[in-house]
Ligand binder design. Sequence first.
Ligand code: C2E
Ligand code: CA
Ligand code: CA
Ligand code: CA
Length: 278
Amino acid sequence: AKRVTGEQVALFSEEMKVAAFLRFTLEGDLRRAIGDDALRVVYQPIVDLHRRAVVKAEALVRWPHLARGAIPPPEFISLAEETGMIVPLSRSVIERVCADIAVMEPYLPADFRFCINLSGVNFMDTQLIPTVSAVLAAAGVPPGRIEFELTETVLMRDLDYATVILGQLREMGVRVAVDDFGTGYSSLAYLRRLAVDTLKIDRSFVNELDDGQGIAIVEAVIGLAHSLGLEVVAEGVETPSQLCALSARGCHLIQGYLFARPMPAESLLEVLGREVSM
Ligand code: C2E
Ligand code: CA
Ligand code: CA
Ligand code: CA
């Protein structure tokens, strides 16, 4: 038995060496990709059922890796977070989105917004506020065009700190959404203290709507949002029955494959030109 264990340990450490090597090369590749401006950003439309129009779009980063194809964002985002590369990565995403907005500006409805994800590391970065305001100013993008998405866990980790940063973002004129809402432990009391504009119902609850499980949580989040005067967006909406369940409960901002997958900026412009058919 001892020998088998020994072999397993040896085998495992070989695998670990390979994993460590892959990670190491991936880290270098990502560093180069950020430096070479090789990351891409796609946009997923968010539809307002009342207005029958696309009213926002979420910017999602893409890394077309030459040798390995498309690497899933959660994989390279967590690598970027662990190595500190998330700071230049987010900056490059914000710059890309601002450049795209500058091109699209003449065609955008007045209150159209672009949602940009920030990680917890970005939120703790003392340069976040000066960086954002410098990038927006350089591109001539009105802060009202931007909504940052931060997860519930990141915002709730240190309420006093979050209150200060959210106050500064609000002062700048950008908006803030709580992403993946419902997966953490925020209470009404906590949420009241934070100057946020939008709650995004996590995809997992929308998924469970079909078998009836997610209904209680979805109803609670919608009720919470309405009582605080916040917008509520449902993400990951894939089926007409999920859409019906959400709209019957008062959630009219919908994001998901049912309407559209993430797309390049040029395609977003085309979508904006059409009325949404439902
Ligand atoms: P997220 O912020 O929750 O983004 C929503 C994810 O759900 C996106 O995956 C989107 O493509 C996917 N999605 C949207 N509608 C549907 C649907 O109907 N069905 C299904 N199955 N999926 C749907 P994506 O683009 O792979 O991004 C995954 C995660 O990676 C994001 O989750 C976010 O946490 C992170 N991420 C993506 N782009 C960025 C970025 O620029 N910065 C940071 N910090 N994180 C990012
Ligand atoms: Ca998001
Ligand atoms: Ca989300
Ligand atoms: Ca999510």
